[in-house]
Design a protein around this ligand. Structure first.
Ligand code: HEM
Length: 514
C-alpha cells in the first residue's frame, strides 16, 4: 500500500540526546544537507523492506565500506607524533641543507613502527622497530626513514621482497614459520650481524621513547662549495635505551608502545633525542675491511658528532589522517643531502614513493601530514582526489607566459663513474666480524638472553642442515656464541666446524672469527 501523506507515527523516532554543554550541531549528509533521522532506515511500513531511495543509509554504509585503505606492505603497525627539531651545531662545512643552521627550528612528524605483522598485531613481538622522521624544512621535506637497529639483514634491494616473504606468514597456513625465514637466512650470511642484534633484547624495546634510531645507510652530504662527504645519522634517546627480556615483552599489553607514547606526551613528559652524524670521506674508504656502502655494517670507530635535538610534543588529532596516511620516502631529500651508492638505499629511492602512489594515491603528498610547509610549484596535476585549488593556464615548462626558475644551488652534485656495468656481489663482504664484536660487548646476562631468544626460534627449524649452517655463521662471528647456540639447538660441533670450513673454503676473502 503506497501513501504519499505524512507517516502515521505519533512521535519522532530519532529522539535527540540532551547536550551537556553548548549548542548542538545539526547532523548533515556529506553533501551538507541536514539529516532528519540517523537511527532508522526508510522502510515500507513496519513489516516491509528497506528502500533503495534511502540515500542517507546507502551513503553511510558505502562510506563505511571504504574506510580501509591498504595497509603498508611492511611496517603496518605504527604510531606517530608531532614535534620539533632544533639544529645545535654549524655543519655548513659538510652540508648546505638549511635545516642545520644552528638554532633553527623545523617541525617534524615521526612514525614508530614494527615491521612484519599486520596493522593490529601485538607490539611486543620481536621485530626491528621503524623510526621514520619527516622534517618539514624551508627547502621542502626531508625524510629520514630509519630503524632502531643500526644495520640491516641484506645489502641489495633485489633481495628485499624475498626476505619479506620469508618473514611474513606462510602463504598456505598464514602463520610465521622459522623454517621459512631461517631457510632464507641460511643462504644469506650477511644477515648474521642483524640477526644477532635482533635476537638480543634490542628486538623488544621497553618503549618507543627508549630506543635509538638509525638512518642505517650512508648518505652523501654536499656543502655550498659542492664538496661532498658521506655520512650516517643516528638518533640517541635522551630517555636512555631500555629493552625487555622475551618474558617481559610477552607480558605486555598488545598496544603497550602506543599507550606509552600517548600517555607520556599527554602528561607533558615529552621524549627527546639527539641527532648525531658520522662522517667519512672517499679517501677514508681504502683502509676499511668492509664496503662503506654495505648496510649490514656499522661504521665502527668513526666518531659521532651531535648536530641537533628533537622533541615530540603532540600526538595527532586523528590517527588515520596523520599516522596511517603519512608517506615517508628516502627519496624525499633536500639540497645538501643526497643518496650514496648503497644498493639498498638505491632500491628504496624507488619503492616508497611507488607504494604510496598505490596505497594512498597520486595526490598522497598533498595531504596535511605529507604536504611540505613551502609552496609546491610544478606542473604535476589532476589524478584521483585532487583538491589543489589551482587555477593556472600555464601547466608546462618552459613558458614565457609564466616563467619559473630552477636555481643552480639546487642541482645535484656531480660525480665520476668509470665502471663496467655488471650484476655481481660487492667485494669485502666481511659477513661475521661485526656480529662477533656486538656479541662480545654484551653483558653476560644479555648474552644468555640472546642465546635463549635465538635458539627458541632456530630450535623450531626441522632441517638439521639449515640449523647447522645458521649456527656455523654465528660460530664464525664468535666461537663462544656459536658453541652455546649449537648446544641449545642440538647441532654437533663437528658439523658446525665442517660447515664453517666449507664456507671459508668457498669464500676465501672472509676473515676467520677471533
Ligand atoms: C616502510 C620497502 C629497507 C625502514 C616500507 C614500505 C615499503 C618499504 C614498501 C611501506 C611504505 C609505505 O607504505 O608508506 C623497503 C625496501 C627496502 C627497505 C624495498 C630495501 C630495498 C628498509 C631499511 C630500513 C627501512 C633498510 C631502515 C633503515 C622502513 C620504515 C618504514 C618502511 C621505518 C615505515 C615508514 C612509516 O612509518 O611509514 N619499506 N624497505 N626499510 N621501511 Fe622499508
Amino acid at each position: 500500500r503506497m501513501t504519499t501523506g505524512p507517516a502515521p507515527v505519533s512521535a519522532k523516532a530519532d529522539t535527540p540526546i540532551q547536550a551537556e554543554t553548548g549548542a548542538v550541531p545539526v547532523m548533515t549528509r556529506d553533501n551538507g544537507a541536514p539529516i532528519g533521522d540517523n537511527r532508522n532506515s526508510k522502510a515500507a511500513g513496519d513489516l516491509g523492506p528497506v528502500l533503495l531511495e534511502d540515500s542517507h543509509l546507502i551513503e553511510k554504509l558505502a562510506r563505511f565500506d571504504r574506510e580501509r585503505t591498504p595497509e603498508r606492505v611492511v611496517h603496518a603497525r605504527g604510531t606517530g607524533a608531532h614535534g620539533v627539531f632544533r639544529a645545535t651545531a654549524d655543519i655548513s662545512d659538510l652540508t648546505k641543507a638549511s635545516l642545520f643552521q644552528p638554532g633553527k627550528e623545523t617541525p617534524v612528524f615521526v612514525r614508530f613502527s614494527s615491521v612484519i605483522h599486520g596493522k593490529d598485531s601485538p607490539e611486543w613481538l620481536r621485530d626491528p622497530r621503524g623510526f621514520a622522521t619527516k622534517f618539514y624544512t624551508d627547502q621542502g621535506n626531508w625524510d629520514l626513514v630509519g630503524n632502531n637497529l643500526p644495520i640491516f639483514f641484506i645489502r641489495d634491494a633485489m633481495q628485499f621482497p624475498d626476505m619479506v616473504h620469508s618473514l611474513k606468514p606462510d602463504p598456505v597456513t598464514n602463520r610465521q614459520d622459522p623454517n621459512r625465514f631461517f631457510d632464507f637466512f641460511s643462504a644469506t650470511p650477511e644477515s648474521t650481524n642483524m640477526l644477532t642484534q635482533l635476537y638480543s633484547n634490542l628486538g623488544t624495546p621497553a618503549s618507543y621513547r627508549t630506543m635509538d634510531g638509525n638512518g642505517v645507510h650512508a648518505f652523501k652530504l654536499v656543502n655550498a662549495r659542492g664538496e661532498t662527504v658521506f655520512a650516517k645519522f643516528r638518533w640517541i634517546s635522551r630517555q636512555g635505551v631500555r629493552t625487555l627480556t622475551a618474558a617481559q615483552a610477552g607480558a605486555q599489553a598488545f598496544d603497550y608502545q602506543t599507550h606509552d607514547l600517548y600517555t607520556e606526551i599527554a602528561k607533558g613528559n615529552y621524549p627527546s633525542w639527539d641527532l648525531m652524524v658520522q662522517v667519512m670521506r672517499a679517501e677514508d674508504f681504502a683502509k676499511l675491511d668492509y664496503n662503506p656502502f654495505d648496510d649490514t655494517k656499522e661504521w665502527l670507530g668513526v666518531p659521532f658528532r651531535k648536530i641537533g635535538e628533537m622533541t615530540l610534543n603532540k600526538v595527532p588529532d586523528n590517527f588515520f589522517e596523520w599516522t596511517e596516511q603519512s608517506a615517508f620516502a628516502p627519496s624525499n631529500m633536500v639540497p645538501g643531502i643526497e643518496a650514496s651508492p648503497d644498493r639498498m638505499l638505491q632500491g628504496r629511492l624507488f619503492s616508497y614513493a611507488d607504494t604510496q602512489r598505490y596505497r594512498i594515491g597520486a595526490n598522497a603528498l598533498a595531504l596535511p601530514v605529507n604536504r611540505p610547509r613551502v609552496a609546491v610549484v610544478n606542473n604535476s596535476q589532476d589524478g584521483q582526489l585532487n583538491a589543489s585549488g589551482r587555477s593556472a593556464r600555464v601547466n608546462y615548462f618552459p613558458a614565457a607566459l609564466a616563467p619559473k626558475t630552477t636555481p643552480a644551488e639546487a642541482t645535484a652534485s656531480t660525480y665520476m663513474v668509470d665502471a663496467t656495468v655488471v650484476a655481481r656481489p660487492i667485494a669485502k663482504t666481511n659477513n661475521f666480524a661485526q656480529a662477533g664484536i656486538f656479541y662480545r660487548a654484551l653483558p653476560a646476562a644479555e648474552k644468555a638472553d640472546l642465546i635463549k631468544n635465538l635458539s627458541g626460534d632456530l630450535g623450531k627449524v626441522v632441517s638439521p642442515r639449515t640449523r647447522t649452517i645458521m649456527v656455523s655463521y654465528f660460530y664464525q662471528a664468535d666461537k663462544d656464541y656459536g658453541t652455546r647456540l649449537a648446544k641449545a639447538v642440538n647441532v654437533p660441533m663437528a658439523e658446525v666446524e665442517k660447515a664453517a670450513a666449507e664456507y671459508r673454503a668457498a669464500n676465501p676473502e672472509q676473515r676467520a672469527a677471533n
